[in-house]
Design a protein around this ligand. Structure first.
Ligand code: PLP
Length: 397
C-alpha cells in the first residue's frame, strides 16, 4: 500500500491557527481588554425569514408519508427543479440563459472546487493568482499538479491579467476576490476568456461573493462575457450570499458548450457527481430555493446591506488615514497595505497589542500578500465602529 505522497508536499496551514493562538494568548494576558475580531470570514447574521419558513415547510413535508422525500431526483444529479429554476432565474436577471442540466447543486463551493479536479489529468499545468484562497493551491498539490502563479500586486491593483507567453491548462479566477476584495471588470474578464480559449484551457471561476457587487461595470458571472460558456466553469455559493455557511448549499455551472478533447465536461461532471455524491438534503434545497424569490432577494439584501455598511465604515477609516486598500466596495473584504513598512505579522501584533483588534496577515495567502492585511465586514456594526475608532486613534498618533 502506498499513500498519496503528494499530501506530504502540502504546507502546514498555520495562518488561522496562529491568528487564533496569538489572540487567545493576548486575551489570557489581558482579560480586562475587549478584543474585536475583524478577521472572521464567516457570516454572523441569521438566515432570512423566507428561508426559515421554507425549511420549516420542508420539515413538515418529511413528516407525512404523502410528501416525504428520500434521495433527490436523479435527473439533475439530485437537484430539485424548484431550486434549479430559481438559480436559472437569478442568472436570467444577469442576462445569462442556462439550461437546467447545466446547473449542479452541491453542499457548497469548497467541495466542488476540490472535486472538479477529478475531471482533469494530473499533468495539466495550473495557474493561480497570488495571493489566493488556499483551497485552489492545496487541492492541486494533493493531485501533484504543476502550479504557476499570476502575481497580484500594487501595480495591477491585485487584479492580474493573462500573460499570453505563459501556457496554462487550468486557471483559477475569484472575483470579487478573497482575500483582496478586488473585482474584475467585464473588459478585464474578456482578456481572460480570450486567453483560455486561445490556450484551450479551462477557467474555474469562483463567484462566491458576486452578490456583494453593486457596481454595474463589474461582472456578476463569467458567462456575461461572450465565449465564456466554451471555456469556463462557475462556482457559486449560498454561504456569503444568504448566510448558509452552516447550512451548506452551493451550485456549479458546467455549460453544455464546454468541450475538451471532444468530450463534454458537463457529461463528465454529471457522471462524477452521480457516482460519488448523493445530493444535498431536501430541507436545505427548499431553504435555498427561497433565496432567489422576489421576497428572498429583498430579505438577503438587508443582510448584504448590513455587511456593506461595515465594509464602508472600514474603507472610510482607511481613506481618512490615507492607507492604500483594495476591496470594501463590492466585497466584504478589505485588503490594506500595512502602514510604516511593517510586514503582515508585525502589523498583526501591533494592532492586537495596541488596538486589541484582530485581522488576518496577508502573507498567509501567498508571497505577494506580505506587507498586506485583510479585514472583513462580517462582524457586528458596533464592533466594526469601535475597531475603526481604535485603529484611527492608534495610527493618527
Ligand atoms: N470560495 C471562496 C473564495 C471562499 O472565500 C469561500 C469561503 O470562504 C468558498 C469558496 C467556500 O464556500 P462554501 O461555504 O460554499 O463552501
Amino acid at each position: 500500500m502506498k499513500i498519496n505522497s503528494n499530501f506530504l508536499n502540502l504546507k502546514d496551514s498555520y495562518l488561522f491557527a496562529t491568528v487564533g493562538r496569538k489572540t487567545t494568548a493576548f486575551k489570557a494576558a489581558h482579560p480586562e481588554k475587549k478584543v474585536i475580531r475583524l478577521s472572521i470570514g464567516d457570516v454572523t447574521r441569521p438566515l432570512a425569514p423566507v428561508v426559515i419558513e421554507a425549511m420549516h415547510r420542508a420539515v413538515d413535508d418529511m413528516s407525512r408519508k404523502e410528501t416525504f422525500k428520500g434521495y433527490g431526483p436523479d435527473q439533475y444529479c439530485y437537484g430539485y427543479e424548484t431550486l434549479i429554476d430559481s438559480i436559472k432565474g437569478s442568472y436570467a436577471r444577469k442576462g445569462v440563459s442556462l439550461e437546467s442540466g447545466e446547473v449542479f447543486i452541491s453542499d457548497g463551493a469548497k467541495s466542488d472546487l476540490g472535486n472538479i479536479l477529478d475531471l482533469f489529468a494530473p499533468e495539466n499545468t495550473v495557474l493561480v493568482p497570488d495571493p489566493v484562497y488556499p483551497v485552489y493551491v492545496d487541492t492541486n498539490v494533493m493531485a501533484g499538479r504543476k502550479i504557476l502563479y499570476a502575481d497580484a500586486n500594487l501595480e495591477n491593483g491585485f487584479l492580474p491579467m493573462p500573460d499570453f507567453s505563459v501556457d496554462a491548462d487550468i486557471i483559477y479566477l475569484c472575483s470579487p476576490n478573497n482575500p483582496t476584495g478586488a473585482a474584475y471588470t467585464k473588459e478585464q474578464l474578456k482578456e481572460w476568456v480570450k486567453y483560455a480559449r486561445e490556450k484551450d484551457a479551462v477557467l474555474l471561476y469562483d463567484a462566491a461573493y458576486e452578490y456583494f457587487i453593486t457596481d454595474p461595470a463589474l461582472a456578476r458571472s463569467i458567462y456575461q462575457i461572450e465565449g465564456a460558456k466554451e471555456c469556463a466553469i462557475e462556482f457559486c455559493s449560498y454561504s456569503k450570499t444568504a448566510g448558509f455557511t452552516g447550512v451548506r448549499c452551493g451550485y456549479t455551472v458546467v455549460p453544455q458548450a464546454l468541450i475538451r478533447e471532444g468530450t463534454s465536461l458537463n457529461k463528465l461532471w454529471a457522471r462524477r457527481q452521480s457516482t460519488k455524491f448523493n445530493g444535498v438534503s431536501y430541507i436545505t434545497q427548499m431553504g435555498a430555493a427561497a433565496v432567489f424569490t422576489e421576497e428572498g432577494e429583498k430579505q438577503i439584501s438587508e443582510n448584504l446591506g448590513y455587511y456593506r455598511e461595515n465594509a464602508k465604515i472600514i474603507a472610510n477609516c482607511l481613506d481618512e488615514l490615507g492607507i492604500f486598500y483594495t476591496g470594501g466596495k463590492n466585497s466584504p473584504y478589505i485588503w490594506l497595505k500595512c502602514p510604516n513598512e511593517m510586514d503582515s505579522w508585525q502589523f498583526f501584533d501591533y494592532l492586537l497589542e495596541n488596538a486589541n483588534v484582530v485581522g488576518t496577515p496577508g502573507s498567509g495567502f501567498g508571497k505577494n500578500g506580505e506587507g498586506f492585511f485583510r479585514l472583513t465586514a462580517f462582524g457586528t456594526k458596533e464592533d466594526t465602529l469601535e475597531a475603526c475608532s481604535r485603529i484611527r486613534a492608534l495610527l493618527l498618533k
